[in-house]
Ligand binder design. Structure first.
Ligand code: ADP
Ligand code: MG
Length: 461
């Protein structure tokens, strides 16, 4: 880019210098021609004056030097004076062609530069010509005076000037290209510096940021955007590595249990009931692992939009009644009961709706003290239906609420070793709500009600 800018600068410089040079050259050419014309007119006036001081054509012919002195052949001035019959009285050149034809200024008219005209010599050289009638003495006798100047001198000046213009244009272009290159390099050095900083960002130092304040205004936007990308990457990356950590940690516990139990069983011969007990215990652990892997797969598929929804109109009260019935056994075992209070129509995938609410109810049953009543509610709003599961209990600390729906997040460490708790239930609820374009939220009071709410927006055709 730097070299490209340099070349661009040079091209522009050549064009500009050439244009200016061409203009100046034309102006000079015109001015030089003007000067020659003025000179011709002045000399014509001088010769007329000399003619007035003469008495006869014969005296002119016999003494031509007075007239020839008025012109200088070496400076390219040509003179021919003819009498009325066309005989040359005075001439300093054999060339007579320029003296023939063309406009002749009358004897009583004053010559001016407007009376000059172009002419040419036999060899093609350019001339400026002026012709005028002149009165001899005070009488009526007229002669014709033709004066010309070759362009040699003028052309020599112009030739020299042209060379200078070309030299200046080339030197100017080279200089501009060099300066342009330096300027571009200086300007781009800031870009290079930013690129250098960007290059240092790796997975191990995602917390690094480009120094946007040090960047010039035009690049600050780019640096800020890049930093924003890094922010998002860092947060995703942190989530991902946290997730991997948690996953490894949560798989380790059931696997260790399986290994230890099996090793102990192997250490000596056992009765067949003992093997049976081991197998049934292992079966439980396998079940936990399988459920966890299934949940992970569900979350991954939901993340990648690989879950197809078959959304339908569902009666909220009906759905909650089915769920309450499903949990009846577990609830009576825990000595808790359900109270349904629901109206409204939910637009949802029946299986996923049940899965989401099941997760909430399973939690509620686990955290409700004996004798407690779990509320299953549905409220129809203008935009959709909110289904909520509310239970009394110790409640969830406010510091946990924002992270409750994160994968593997558990607010009470004491329960985390329980076989049924993997901390994925609410993450799945959140995924399901995202699939429906809805939202999951939670509120909790210490030693009061804990309420999880699911908002399902109404689907309009
Ligand atoms: N109704 C509730 N009352 C108190 N705490 C709850 C309730 N529901 C969920 N939690 C807290 O939220 C955490 C995450 O729940 P969840 O994702 O379902 O995981 P899990 O049930 O496997 O522990 C639970 O470990 C628990 O600490
Ligand atoms: Mg749960």
């Amino acid at each position: 880019m730097t070299a490209q800018l340099g070349v661009l600068f040079a091209t522009v410089a050549v064009i500009v210098f050439s244009a200016v040079g061409f203009y100046l050259y034309q102006a000079l050419a015109l001015q030089l021609q003007d000067r020659d014309d003025v000179d011709l007119v002045e000399r014509m006036l001088q010769i007329r004056h000399l003619l007035e001081e003469t008495s006869t054509t014969e005296s002119i012919r016999l003494d031509p030097h007075r007239f020839l002195d008025a012109v200088d052949l070496r400076r390219g001035l040509l003179l021919v004076i003819e009498d009325s019959s066309g005989r040359a009285l005075v001439h300093n050149t054999a060339e007579r062609r320029f003296a023939q034809g063309g406009f002749v200024i009358p004897a009583d008219a004053v010559p001016s530069t407007a009376d000059t005209r172009p002419g040419a010599l036999a060899d093609g050289a350019n001339l400026r010509v002026i012709s005028a009638s002149g009165r001899i003495g005070a009488g009526d006798q007229l002669v014709r005076v033709s004066l010309a100047r070759t362009a040699d001198e003028r052309l020599a000046v112009l030739r020299a000037y042209r060379l200078k213009v070309w030299a200046a244009a080339i030197a100017g272009a080279v200089l501009t290209a060099a300066l342009g290159y330096l300027l571009a390099r200086h300007g781009l050095s800031r870009v290079k510096a930013l690129a250098g900083q960007a290059r240092q960002v790796t997975a191990h130092n995602l917390e690094m940021r480009l120094d946007a304040d040090a960047a010039p205004a035009e690049l600050r936007l780019l640096a800020d955007s890049f930093n924003a990308v890094l922010d998002r990457l860092q947060s995703s990356f942190n989530n991902l590595s946290q997730f991997a950590d948690d996953l490894a940690h949560d798989l380790r516990t059931p696997l260790n249990n399986l290994m230890i139990q099996t090793e102990v069983a192997f250490s000596q011969p056992r009765e067949s009931e003992e093997y049976q007990r081991l197998l049934s215990s292992n079966y439980e652990e396998f079940g936990r692992l399988a459920r966890m892997v299934e949940s992970m797969l569900f979350l991954a598929r939901a993340d990648h939009d690989q879950i197809a929804l078959s959304t339908e109109r569902l009666d909220a009260a009906e759905q909650l009644a089915v769920i309450a019935e499903y949990f009846e056994g577990v609830a009576s075992e825990a000595n808790v009961s359900f109270e349904i209070n629901a109206t409204g129509v939910v637009w949802a995938d029946a299986n996923l709706l049940r899965r989401a609410v099941n997760n909430l109810v399973a939690n509620a049953v686990r955290y409700t003290p004996a004798g407690g009543v779990i509320g299953l509610e549905a409220v129809q709003g203008a935009e959709g239906v909110t289904i909520s599961v509310a239970n009394p209990g110790a409640g969830i600390g406010a510091e946990h609420l924002p992270r409750l729906f994160d994968r593997f997040y558990r607010s009470d460490a004491s329960r985390s070793s329980e076989s049924s708790s993997a901390g994925l239930g609410l993450a799945i609820v959140k995924s399901i709500m995202a699939l429906h374009g809805g939202m999951a939220s939670a509120t909790s009071e210490r030693h009061g009600m804990t309420r999880f709410s699911l908002f399902f927006p109404t689907v309009r055709a």
